[in-house]
Write a protein that binds this ligand. Sequence first.
Ligand code: AHR
Length: 312
Amino acid sequence: GMVGLLLSTAHAEGLQGKIIGFSQIGSESGWRAAETSVTKAEAEARGIDLKFADAQQKQENQIKAIRGFIAQGVDAILVAPVVATGWEEVLTEAKEAEIPVVLLDRGIEGPEDLYLTSVASDQVKEGRVAGEWLAGTVGEAQCNIVELQGTVGSSPAINRKQGFEEAIAGKANLAIIRSQTGDFTRSKGKEVMEGFLKAEDGGKNICAVYAHNDDMAVGAIQAIKDAGLKPGSDILVVSIDAVPDIFAAMVAGEANATVELTPNMAGPAFDALQAYWDAGTEPAKFIITESKLYTPADDPQGEYERRKDLGY
Ligand code: AHR
């Protein structure tokens, strides 16, 4: 109203009162749940009216949610795209409605002008960091690796596979002997690992499991224990996310390394939108978050507690 007009500039208002739609993938992992709660908290702290839609892992639900946000005339749309392809039509609709779109934590294929910016990690690097850790840890020893891939067609599954393969390429003692999707979930990770263990002499032929996220690693750890082997020593466990449960597994000696993915993608996304609206600042097309390696030498108990305090 008039008072607001007189008393505050757009800058002082920040994102207060903006309506922002968030099309979230679902709640397949602990990391995903943390991202959802951090996004809600970041929105609330900035006075944003966040419209949250959970797609239950289905792209068609995300497309419907985005169309709903466009129809409502939201100010901006955040989307964590479950898979990398098939977004052109709906994002063109958002563009035609002049609603800026920000991608969170996963990438898409297709023209970059369909989104304002993408806030995500360098997922190829995550895979490379995991692979380099394993290569450095086993040295010259022969090591058969089994891989638990993320959701088929998702950017983290594609890129984390590629980065890991790059890191072990040319090392004759390292080989991925089995690779299958566990859909980023704990239950699928366990189920697929059970199959790998059975197929590989009860696990005796497996030296390491590389899981594209911690939840699948936690499922695999359970399967390894059920098979009478020791995760963390009989079979090395390396994964990505750095959620509290993987640090708990490290404390128990059952996990060996993880690469951190921050759940706070929304903070940088909201900052970019504010700068864009306040000053017309075009954000960088790709805002890249850090990828830090953690092992049991990095105070896993403390890391566990710190994340629990953050509300994971
Ligand atoms: O896109 C990020 C990935 O999605 C996380 O690593 C995984 O846990 C989540 O399901």
